[in-house]
Design a protein around this ligand. Structure first.
Ligand code: COA
Length: 389
């Protein structure tokens, strides 16, 4: 018979902790019935339209929009922090070229801990935020260095007058990106920066609750994000769309997936029971991008995605399954020229802001996470010596 150990009265086991309130947070808010996402109370549609990544990062970390002076100082601080320590650059140089970029990112972030003299110190809120900014600023540099190294190219140094987004695209390719590509990439980063108590954020907060340092907490979160049911879905969406090939094949594909009980990537969400607002925003970017980077292949990819959305929402309407953030982000990243296996790292490059904000919030008002379990094993079994088994 199963037995719950030290459970709070009235709280039963919930698979996947569904509906369990695991933290009090003022960072982001999601209403899954209405399709609303807010950062610090500001609607994501407003931020995607009017803000930029640096400003949104400031908002998430400081809980208010910066004035002009604060934003200028913050942007300068980020620019100064983009340089990777020598040890991290050298380590990336030695990473196997076949390493998955998410693993490389996890390793790179962990290595940064070795360069922070006060790694394990949980400082004042001000210091915790400064340390967070230094980490957020370095993530694109780690990824770009890894990408160039595996292509046999030297890393590109960041350019201080470029924004966070422009620098990433520049450091990867060595070429100044098209202004519209920068704008769209920046909006994509804004949209991925936080999303309440998702699996990777929870992982980050669990490590933070042990007073584990920022780097351990964030690299743990990168590991959680890498799975196909979380951030790894965007990469798989693109591969899936290419394998479907064209809109005519969509119906057959969906029928097969339903009959074999397989999940269609980029579809469904634990919280959203309507279309994810970020999927709507990302979808709207695709026609804009196609104008500057037209290509038959991408047109076909987009048409296939539109058909897939139509067929899925019709055939699985009773389950309330709609495109999530990963459904259209893969197409945007593909058109922007980001290699497919870097897609989830781009998600991480943005979500690191949320993880840092949650780390700061957790250590500021901490109690270690220690949930209960329902024990379903045996009791009072006899130990039998090895000769008699
Ligand atoms: N394709 C087909 N059916 C799906 C589905 C999908 N992508 N997502 C959920 N379903 C079905 C389930 O089979 C289940 O059906 P049932 O009630 O007949 O058993 C029902 O919808 C509920 O799904 P469940 O897996 O319990 O939902 P969840 O809240 O545990 O999982 C996700 C949420 C996001 C993990 C899940 O929808 C999924 O795996 N999606 C694909 C991966 C993905 O895009 N991840 C990115 C998330 S942002």
């Amino acid at each position: 018979m199963s037995e719950t150990q030290t459970a709070v009265k009235g709280i039963e086991y919930q698979a996947g902790l569904e509906g369990i309130v695991a933290a009090r947070s003022s960072i982001s808010f999601v209403n899954g019935e209405k399709g609303v996402l807010e950062y610090r109370g500001i609607n994501i549609r407003d931020l995607a339209e009017n803000s930029n990544f640096e400003e949104t990062t400031y908002l998430l970390l400081h809980n208010h929009l910066p004035n002009q002076r604060e934003l200028a100082q913050f942007t300068t601080l980020m620019a100064k922090q983009r340089v990777l320590p020598h040890s991290v650059r050298e380590a990336i140089h030695e990473f196997p070229v076949g390493m998955h970029p998410m693993v490389a990112l996890q390793a790179g972030i962990t290595m940064l801990a070795g360069e922070d003299y006060f790694t394990d110190e949980i400082g004042s809120q001000r210091n915790n935020i400064r340390r967070s900014v230094a980490l957020i600023a370095k993530v694109p540099a780690i990824l770009a260095a890894f990408e160039r190294n595996r292509n046999g190219e030297e890393p590109m140094p960041a350019i201080s007058k470029y924004s966070h987004s422009e620098n990433f695209l520049f450091m990867m390719t060595g070429e100044r990106p098209h202004p519209l590509a920068v704008k769209i990439f920046d909006k994509l980063l804004i949209m991925h920066a936080d999303h309440s108590m998702n699996a990777s954020t929870f992982a980050c907060r669990v490590i933070a609750s042990t007073l584990g340092n920022l780097y351990s907490s964030v690299s743990g979160a990168v590991g959680a994000l890498s799975g196909p049911l979380h951030g790894g879905a965007n990469e798989r969406v693109l591969r899936m769309l290419y394998s479907i090939g064209s809109p005519e094949n969509v119906e057959k594909f969906v029928d097969e997936m339903i009959s074999t009980g397989n999940k269609i990537m980029g579809i469904g969400h634990r919280i959203y029971k309507v279309k994810d607002p970020r999927a709507e925003l990302l979808q709207a970017m695709i026609p804009q991008l196609l104008k500057i980077k037209g290509g038959e292949e991408w047109q076909m990819l987009y048409k296939t995605a539109l058909k897939l959305e139509e067929v899925v929402t019709e055939k699985l309407s009773q389950k309330r399954l709609y495109p999530n953030v990963d459904f259209y982000s893969g197409i945007v990243l593909e058109i922007l020229g980001i290699p497919v296996d870097l897609f989830t790292t781009v998600f991480a490059m943005s979500r690191v802001v949320g993880w840092c904000a949650h780390w700061v919030e957790q250590v500021t008002n901490n109690r270690i996470y220690r949930p209960s379990q329902e024990y379903i094993g045996d009791h009072n079994r006899l130990y039998i010596s090895i000769e008699k088994r």
